[in-house]
Design a protein around this ligand. Structure first.
Ligand code: FAD
Ligand code: FO1
Length: 451
């Protein structure tokens, strides 16, 4: 049922009789999940029970409470959805490679199916587990439409180089999910419901970054997708760069935590009757841009640092390293939105308060970090720090790639040379003013800030 090109073996152990584990991490959902579908295929073929395991690492790239609150509540819904089809979930706190391997040995697992992430940390978990497991482990790319390793064997230069490759393969991979969802063999593995309250209460994490109002979970994601398609998708093409227009989908936290399938979202948009321009623009972002980001992180292990950016950008930024910075701020001043620029401060305050920043302003936000930091490398690190600490969709390939695009010209080209930026594309407030009503944005944010 699952296209074999979406599956990669991670060790060469022989199959053995025993329960099948779906090691859920990136794609924290039951519906439209190729990894879960493959695990159930395998369990049914082996005549074995299946269970889902979530390994709760002691920390994840500095994520504070805001992200765990959203994730735990989404996982609680996923657990209930699994229970409804007779599948149990186990949550294992500790080092994922150790806890997964120990659990697999304890239940005599016959096979482990993992989902896919291009990030270094989840990849190291799976690599260690693959070495220690006594049974086969494979990973299924349930996050991308075209499996990341299949889309391209190398780091792509820009959207224009990966777009033809993705579009050529869309016919084979942008396929509908089996509906109705196949009957999973009710599992004989019984577990008490996970005690999420105790897990949340006992989880040691920085609680100074508080939860946001956004409702988590697959059902909220689906509602938001349908509302977006029904009401704003038609205006998406012409208004997606206007932070005042409210024309973006707001789906990124759901996509980041895998509570929503990008493939399902693209199929839903394409099936809708709404205007072609809006659908094309949305698919360009959700399919092409997002899978370009996956390609970058998969093929460049310095994706989370200034070192990963293209050589031309490193060279031009180095030439201008000594240029006078008209304004200089520390990470703390940026974090507290204490710059001279009311637009930048409004965007930063919104990020801290709501866990979100409009996509157009994210570009401006990062480019000003480049302009007002002592060095491009420092700017990159501050951008990653603030984005991963406050953005609900942070710690995502899209984030590292968006920062590398803004500060390091990744997937972009050289522009007219200027101080500090060199030939990296420049953005400024007057450029924003040509795109949207800056005053209105600042006033709207100020009104929301007011107690
Ligand atoms: P929509 O415009 O509704 O787009 C729908 C989906 O398409 C998004 O959810 C996302 O999955 C994808 N998408 C849209 N724009 C991009 C893009 N430029 N690159 C890759 N995928 C895209 N995105 C994150 O998911 N997490 C981040 O931490 C993040 N940090 C960013 C930092 C900077 C400096 C920049 C310039 C961009 C960043 N982005 C990040 C990409 C983009 O801004 C967000 O995906 C988008 O704003 C999310 O809002 P939305 O879901 O309403 O987007
Ligand atoms: N995935 C896990 O398997 N275990 C975790 O403990 C975990 C914590 C976590 C915290 C914040 C966050 O943004 C993501 C987190 N994820 C976790 C992983 C996530 O779903 C993906 O695997 C990564 O985002 C990689 O793409």
């Amino acid at each position: 049922m699952v296209d074999h090109r979406r599956i990669r073996r991670l060790n060469s152990c022989d199959e053995r009789r025993g329960p099948v584990i779906y090691w859920m991490s990136r794609d924290q959902r039951v519906r439209h999940n190729w990894a879960l579908l493959h695990a159930c295929d395998k369990a049914n073929a082996l005549g074995q029970p299946i269970e889902v395991v979530f390994t709760l690492a002691p920390a994840f790239l500095g994520a504070p409470w805001r992200h765990y609150d959203f994730m735990f509540r989404g996982l609680e819904e996923a657990e209930a959805d699994l229970r409804a089809i007779g599948i149990a979930m186990a949550v294992l706190p500790g080092n994922p490679a150790e806890t997964l391997t120990a659990h697999a040995a304890a239940i005599g697992a016959g096979a482990v199916v993992a989902d896919f992430s291009p990030l270094k940390l989840p990849r190291s978990w799976k690599r260690q587990a693959a070495e220690r497991l006594a049974c086969p482990i494979c990973e299924v790319d349930a996050h991308n439409i075209v499996p990341c390793w299949f889309a391209s064997p190398k780091q792509e230069f820009a959207a224009r180089t990966i777009r033809p490759k993705l579009n050529a393969l869309a016919g084979e991979f942008l396929t509908p999910f089996p509906e109705p969802a196949p009957r999973f063999q009710p599992s004989t593995i019984r577990r008490p419901p996970v005690d999420w309250g105790t897990i949340a209460a006992g989880f040691h994490v920085d609680r100074s970054v508080e939860p946001v109002a956004l409702a988590p979970g697959g059902e909220a994601a689906e509602n938001r997708l349908q509302r977006f398609i029904g009401h704003t998708l038609p205006r998406y093409a012409e208004s997606r760069n206007d932070p005042n227009a409210g024309c973006v989908s707001g789906l990124s936290p759901y996509l980041h935590f895998g509570q929503l399938s990008a493939q399902h979202a693209v199929l839903s948009a394409l099936r809708s009757g709404s205007g072609m321009a809006g659908r094309e623009a949305f698919v360009e972002e959700l399919f092409i841009r997002r899978e370009l980001a996956e390609n970058y992180c998969f093929h460049n292990d310095r994706y989370d640092s200034f070192e990963g950016i293209p050589a031309w950008a490193k060279a031009t930024l180095a030439e201008h390293a000594g240029d006078r910075r008209e304004h200089l701020y520390s990470a703390g001043e940026f974090e507290r939105a204490e710059t001279h620029d009311p637009l930048w401060n409004a965007a930063q305050s919104c990020l801290v308060r709501t866990g979100a920043m409009h996509g157009y302003l994210r570009m401006y936000w990062a480019k000003k970090l480049l302009e007002w930091s002592p060095s491009p490398a420092a700017a990159f690190d501050i951008a990653v720090l603030l984005n991963d600490r406050y953005a609900l969709d942070g710690r995502d390939p899209n984030g590292y790639t968006g920062i590398a695009w803004s500060i390091g010209g990744l997937h972009d080209r050289p522009w007219f040379e200027r101080p500090v930026f060199g030939k990296v594309r420049y953005m400024n407030a007057s450029g924003c003013a040509r795109k949207f009503d800056v005053r209105r944005y600042i006033d709207t944010m100020a009104a929301q800030e007011a107690p």
